[in-house]
Design a protein around this ligand. Structure first.
Ligand code: GKR
Ligand code: MG
Length: 449
């Protein structure tokens, strides 16, 4: 590879970090008090710093570290070549059976997440700074919008008092109504509506997604109805992560036509049929658009999902698809009359910024973006976190990602990470404080045992 005049990467740091979380409930159990992420920080010969963020855990951290020799010393203008060399060098892990996350087995999430996309993000950040262009101008056909509609991601939350040993953060004394609320128990339709109202007040969200797979489906639908009553113009979605059987999903969702705007991963694999086949049958039976972040997480899965007409909305998380790949998916979906959106897991504000750029480059009318970040707001790693105002995430206008990393906060988050005894997400651990001996079952809502 010869240098073509663009700056050269002079340093690549991989910094694992941790943050605090609430006892959020999902099919996979209860979120523990800490979540982990990996950061990539690149320096180049022009004196710029490029940053990227991706899922946490040792597997992803080691994958990133092994890429350092393929990145350092390379010109940033060759970023596609750098990524290509990483893809060609990567090997499928022995434990990766290729099932992906179609059953929400979160121990398999690390195989769906592609570590190198944190490097892609940091390289695009550098290239944008070199070219004096915001990152979204380097993706697809460039910037399509100045702000990105974002949804309020609602969760059932359990009483952390039942797991006192786990050191969940307590924000009861906060002066911010949302911060005060987000660490408390919220398990009823009334509390879910209050959650949405407080989020609406703080961030202006008009559209909401409720994380299901927690209570019996009929109970969760009561919360959905209450949300629609409180926000009649809101687009309401529920995501049980495939917890319902096909039959149950049909009987729960049919009466919700007109209440739900769409439904996310209502059912999963069953009776020898893949989730793509089962979701296609669901779509034939219920007149609701269907979204997924579980059954189409790579191009081969997407081919089958599209051929079977299993989905209308693909939540193409850039951590799974890459930044270029996610925008390529947005273009394809738009050309085919389908809809693009993005999925998220717990993350800091570097990922929030990256979402803003990817969604800014997505053509057509994307569905309001998922973000977990509201549960982490205040633990920022940037000096200039993009704001969510009136339900829209602002797209930074400065070159590259357009934000500045706060190294003091990063080092603090790294110190927290080093104190943790494990770096992998384990939702069964916290769940066992609520239900002793609890085990994950992809077909049983987590509080139904
Ligand atoms: O963070 O517990 C969580 C979410 O439930 C996550 O695991 C899902 O992947 O948010 C995600 C989704 O939309 O399915
Ligand atoms: Mg989902």
């Amino acid at each position: 590879m010869t240098e073509k005049g663009t700056p050269v990467v002079t340093e690549m740091q991989v910094i694992p970090v941790a943050g605090r979380d609430s006892m959020l409930m999902t099919l996979s159990g209860a979120h523990g008090p800490f979540f982990t992420r990996n950061l990539v920080i690149l320096k180049d010969s022009a004196g710029h710093t490029g940053i990227g963020e991706i899922h946490g855990g040792d597997y992803t951290c080691e994958a990133l570290t092994s890429c350092i020799p393929l990145v350092v010393g390379k010109p940033i203008g060759m970023y596609r070549k750098i990524l290509d060399s990483i893809h060609k060098a990567s090997r499928r892990a022995k434990e990766d059976d290729g099932e992906g996350i179609q059953s929400l087995d979160i121990s398999k999430l690390k195989f769906v997440v592609k570590a190198e996309w944190a490097i892609e993000c940091a390289l695009l950040d550098l290239l944008g700074q070199y070219l004096d262009l915001p990152m979204c101008e380097l993706l697809g056909d460039g910037k399509q919008r100045d702000r990105v509609e974002t949804l309020g991601y609602l969760f059932y939350v359990s009483d952390k008092g039942k797991a006192e040993q786990l050191e969940y953060l307590d924000e009861r004394e906060s002066s911010d109504p949302w911060y005060r609320m987000r660490r408390q128990e919220m398990l009823t339709p009334e509390r879910i509506v209050e959650q949405a109202q407080v989020l609406h007040e703080k961030y202006g969200f008009r559209n909401f997604k409720l994380k299901g797979g927690v209570l019996a489906g009929a109970e969760e639908m009561e919360a959905v109805k209450a949300l629609k009553q409180a926000f009649p113009k809101g687009r309401i979605n529920i995501d049980p992560n495939g917890a319902w059987s096909l039959e149950e999903a049909i009987s729960l969702c049919r009466p919700m036509e007109g209440v739900l705007t769409y439904v996310e991963d209502p059912c999963g694999p069953e009776a020898g049929y893949s989730s793509r086949e089962v979701m296609a049958e669901f779509k034939n039976a219920v007149k609701l658009p269907v979204a997924t972040n579980m059954i189409a997480t790579d191009w081969r899965q997407f081919y089958h999902a599209a051929a079977l007409k299993s989905v209308d909305i693909v939540l193409a998380d850039p951590h799974f698809w890459g930044f270029g790949g996610s925008v390529r998916m947005a273009q394809t979906l738009n050309d085919w009359g389908l809809t693009w959106g993005s999925h998220s897991n717990n993350h800091f504000d570097i990922t929030l910024t990256a979402f803003a750029h990817v969604a800014a480059a997505a053509p057509g009318a994307p569905t309001a973006l998922d973000t977990h970040w509201i549960w982490q707001d205040g633990q920022n790693l940037l000096k200039d976190t993009p704001q969510i105002v009136d339900g829209y995430l602002q797209v930074p206008e400065k070159p590259g990602l357009g934000v500045t990393i706060d190294m003091e906060r990063v080092l603090e988050a790294n110190r927290l990470y080093k104190k943790l005894s494990t770096h992998d997400r384990d939702d069964a651990m916290a769940m066992q404080y609520l239900i002793p001996g609890w085990k994950f079952d992809s077909k049983k809502p987590c509080l139904v045992r």
